[in-house]
Design a protein around this ligand. Structure first.
Ligand SMILES: Cc1ncc(COP(=O)(O)O)c(C=O)c1O
Length: 472
C-alpha cells in the first residue's frame, strides 16, 4: 500500500511510504529526503521538522525518523545544529524573493481625481522668479527657518487671499506648510493637544490625509452626510464634534457648493460651541460659470482655519500649502511645524512669493481657466452625447465633476470595465466614510485634451453597454 503524506515542511514535501513493501521505513524516509535535497526542492539551510513532528506527520515511530536523519548527516546531506534542529547542508541557497508584483498599468485615458495639468506649469516665469531670488537674496536668509514660513510669502499670500478669496488674513496668521496634507496633520495635532476628541468630515470625502493623523492623535473621525447643498448641518449639530473639515466652495467629490444658509448655520454652530471649522479651499481659483463664492474664513476668522494649496493651480510636486489660522492657534501650529521639519524650504517659498507679488500667479490662472473650461465643456458635451443618463454635478468649478449612476449599474463593475478599455475613472463609494449613498463616478478632466476626453467617454459608454449586457 502506497501512502502519500505531506509533512510539515510548509506542506510541500511529499514523502511516499510503501508500508507493505520490503524496504525498511527509515530507508524510505531517508531516500525521500535525499531526493528532495538533490532536486533542489529542499534548499541549503532549510530546517527540517523535529523528529517527533515528522514522525507524527508520517505515522511512523520517532526512531524511524531519527535513523533517517542520522544516515543523511553521516552522508553530508544534513547537519545537526546546536539547539537540536537539523538543517540541509548542501545545495542551492534560499530561493530568491519573488519579484515584486507589476504595478497595474496606468490607464491610457485617466479621468482620475482632478489634477492640475503640469504640462502647462509656468516654467519661464518661475525661472525668472528663481533667478531673481538667487541673485538678490542675502546669504543669511538661507539659514535655519522659523516654523511660520518666509515673511515675504506670508505677506504676498495674505494680499492675494484677501483680494481674490475674501479672507481676513494678516501675514502674522499665515503659516506655510508642505501642502494641505501637512497642514491638516499639524492642525489635528494641535486640536488633539487642546482636548478635542471628535473630528467631523464630509461624507463622502478624501480622508486619506486626515485619517492617519487623527488616528495617531487619538481623534475619532465621524462622517457627516453631504447633499446637493453641501454638508448636512443638522447631522453636524448632532455629531458632538469638536471640529469639522469642509470643502465649502466645491465639495470633494460631489462638487456641491455649501449654500448661504448652510454656511451661516455652520458658523453659528462653531461660534455657539467654540468649535473649529477647517476650510479646505483646494480648487477655488477655478470658476467657470458664476461668481466665485468667497471664503468662509472672511466671515469668522476666529473660528475658521483657511487651508490653501498650490497643488491644483501650479503643481502638486511643489508641496506648497498655507494656512490662515486664528491668532490663538498660531503658536501651536508653528511649534508642530518646527517639530515636523523645521520649516518648508526657503528658496521655494521665496520664489513663490516673487511669482505671486509680480502678478505671475494671476496671469497663470487667467491662462489656465479658459483651457480647463474648454476641457470641462468637452466632457459635458461627450457625456450628453454618449451617456445622457449620467447627470453631471459640481460642474461650475474646480477640475473635476461627478455623475450619479443609475441604480441598475454597479459602480465597481463600471470602473473595472472602463479600466479594461484603458479608461481610468474613480467611483464615489471608496470615498464614503460611513454613510451609504448612490453609486457615482468622478471625472477629473484637467489633464486631458478635448479629443482624448471625447474618446474616453466613448470607451466608457461601450464599457457600460458591456456591463449592462452582463458580459462583465
Ligand atoms: C480635497 C483636497 N484637498 C486638498 C488637496 C491638496 O492636497 P496637497 O496640498 O497636500 O497636495 C487635494 C488634492 O488632491 C484634495 O483633493
Amino acid at each position: 500500500m502506497r501512502d502519500l503524506r505531506t509533512n510539515s515542511l510548509a506542506g510541500e514535501l511529499l514523502i511516499a511510504l510503501d508500508r507493505a513493501g520490503s524496504v525498511p521505513m527509515h530507508r524510505q524516509v531517508e531516500a525521500a529526503i535525499r531526493d528532495n535535497i538533490r532536486s533542489g526542492r529542499l534548499r541549503l539551510g532549510t530546517a527540517l521538522p523535529a523528529t517527533r513532528t515528522l514522525a507524527a506527520d508520517l505515522g511512523v515511530s520517532r526512531g524511524v525518523v531519527v535513523e533517517a536523519y542520522q544516515q543523511l548527516v553521516a552522508e553530508g546531506y544534513l547537519t545537526s545544529r546546536a539547539g537540536g534542529y537539523t538543517q540541509v547542508a548542501i545545495g542551492p541557497g534560499p530561493a530568491p524573493a519573488p519579484a515584486p508584483a507589476e504595478p497595474a498599468p496606468a490607464p491610457r485615458i485617466d479621468f482620475g481625481y482632478g489634477r492640475a495639468d503640469t504640462v502647462h506649469f509656468p516654467r519661464a516665469a518661475w525661472l525668472r522668479s528663481a533667478r531673481r531670488v538667487l541673485t538678490e537674496t542675502p546669504h543669511e536668509r538661507f539659514g535655519y527657518l522659523s516654523g511660520h514660513g518666509m515673511p515675504e510669502l506670508r505677506a504676498a499670500l495674505a494680499d492675494y487671499l484677501n483680494r481674490v478669496r475674501g479672507t481676513a488674513a494678516e501675514p502674522a496668521n499665515v503659516l506655510i506648510c508642505n501642502g494641505y496634507a501637512q497642514g491638516i496633520a499639524l492642525l489635528i495635532q494641535v486640536l488633539a493637544k487642546s482636548g478635542a476628541k471628535r473630528l467631523a468630515v464630509e461624507d463622502p470625502s478624501a480622508d486619506d490625509d486626515c485619517r492617519p493623523a487623527a488616528a495617531s492623535a487619538g481623534l475619532e473621525l465621524v462622517g457627516i452626510p453631504v447633499d446637493d447643498g453641501g454638508i448636512r448641518v443638522d447631522a453636524l449639530e448632532r455629531s458632538d464634534a469638536d471640529a469639522v473639515i469642509l470643502t465649502p466652495s466645491h465639495q470633494w467629490p460631489t462638487g456641491a457648493v455649501l449654500s448661504a444658509e448652510a454656511r451661516a448655520a455652520v458658523l453659528r454652530w462653531a461660534t455657539r460651541r467654540g468649535t473649529l471649522i477647517v476650510e479646505d479651499d483646494y480648487d477655488a481659483e477655478y470658476r467657470y460659470d458664476r461668481a466665485p463664492v468667497g471664503a468662509m474664513q472672511g466671515l469668522a476668522p476666529d473660528h475658521v482655519v483657511y487651508a490653501g494649496t498650490a497643488s491644483k493651480t501650479l503643481a502638486p510636486g511643489l508641496r506648497l500649502g498655507w494656512l490662515v489660522v486664528p491668532p490663538r492657534l498660531v503658536d501651536g501650529v508653528v511649534a508642530a511645524k518646527v517639530l515636523a521639519d523645521r520649516g518648508s524650504p526657503a528658496l521655494d517659498q521665496l520664489v513663490f512669493a516673487d511669482f505671486l507679488s509680480r502678478g505671475e500667479f494671476d496671469r497663470h490662472l487667467r491662462r489656465m481657466r479658459p483651457m480647463y473650461r474648454r476641457r470641462r465643456d468637452a466632457l459635458l458635451h461627450a457625456l450628453r452625447e454618449h451617456l445622457p443618463e449620467l447627470r453631471p454635478a459640481g460642474i461650475a468649478a474646480g477640475l473635476h465633476l461627478v455623475t450619479r449612476l443609475p441604480p441598475d449599474l454597479d459602480e465597481a463593475a463600471v470602473v473595472a470595465a472602463a479600466a479594461l478599455r484603458g479608461v481610468g475613472v474613480h467611483g464615489v463609494t471608496p470615498y464614503r466614510i460611513g454613510n451609504a449613498g448612490d453609486g457615482g463616478l468622478i471625472f477629473g478632466y484637467a489633464t486631458l485634451s478635448e479629443r482624448t476626453i471625447r474618446e474616453g467617454i466613448g470607451l466608457l459608454a461601450a464599457a457600460i453597454v458591456e456591463v449592462r449586457s452582463g458580459r462583465r
